[in-house]
Design a protein around this ligand. Structure first.
Ligand SMILES: [Zn+2]
Length: 234
């Protein structure tokens, strides 16, 4: 990834990723500069469109730009088009893993955007494909996702990636467990059956099913213990 701080205003550069290329261009002057980064899909659409995302980065965000844009490129649809993303902010919020709980529902602003936070960072997703991730209001990763191939799961993965970059260390492994479905009428058994199974989910993407909620909580605690113990030092 190029060192964005070294680009001169008006200069551009290009960087290939495993998924498509990223094109950077610096604007402004020395005191008020920013970089626009266009993420391109590997395959052009029928009319030649390849851009799937356009990010705006101020100097505070330069150290995170490489990891952020690589994640955007990895989540991007394979083919670009000129239509708007098909993601809905509420669904993005429900699919996101970097979130503590879904229990309080999904509050929506009058512009249709939805925001949520984890320790140290917050994100907001708009219906037109804009995604912003902030750390304490200073580092801002801002991107506009372009093309109908952006569904809610892909947009959630972009928000997750940004939150993982900017969050406090403890937010990288926030676990929750699902409420067991409990008693249910079963036509198969002509009676009631009890389902105690519970899923443990972590903000890092780890998840596991357990036979009971107690089991799920135990598995989650074990996952966090291992995560913070870290890999052996080489
Ligand atoms: Zn985890």
């Amino acid at each position: 990834m190029p060192a964005l701080i070294l680009l001169a205003p008006g200069e551009s550069t290009e960087y290939p990723t495993g998924h498509g290329r990223i094109r950077f261009r610096k604007y402004g002057d020395v005191d008020r500069e920013f970089v626009r980064a266009a993420v391109h899909a590997a395959e052009p659409s029928a009319d030649g469109e390849t851009r799937v995302a356009l990010a705006t980065l101020r100097p505070d965000a330069y150290p995170h730009a490489g990891a952020w844009l690589a994640a955007v490129a990895a989540c991007a649809p394979a083919v670009a088009d000129h239509r708007n993303p098909e993601a809905a902010p509420g669904s993005v919020r429900l699919l996101a893993r970097m979130t503590r709980t879904h229990a309080n529902g999904v509050p929506r602003k009058s512009d249709g955007s939805v925001s949520w936070s984890v320790p140290g960072a917050s994100t907001r997703v708009w219906p037109d494909g804009r995604v912003e991730v902030q750390r304490a209001g200073c580092v801002v990763l801002a991107v506009r996702l372009e093309g109908s191939g952006w569904d809610s799961a892909r947009v959630a993965a972009v928000a997750d990636a940004g939150l993982r970059l900017l969050c406090a260390p403890e937010a990288r492994h926030m676990t929750r467990t699902s409420q067991p479905s409990g008693w249910a009428w079963s036509s198969l058994w002509a009676g009631r059956s009890f389902d105690a199974a519970s899923e443990a989910v972590c903000s890092c993407g780890w998840r596991v099913m357990a036979a009971s909620r107690l089991g799920a909580r135990g598995a989650a605690a074990e996952h966090v213990r291992k995560a913070f113990a870290g890999p052996p030092v080489e």
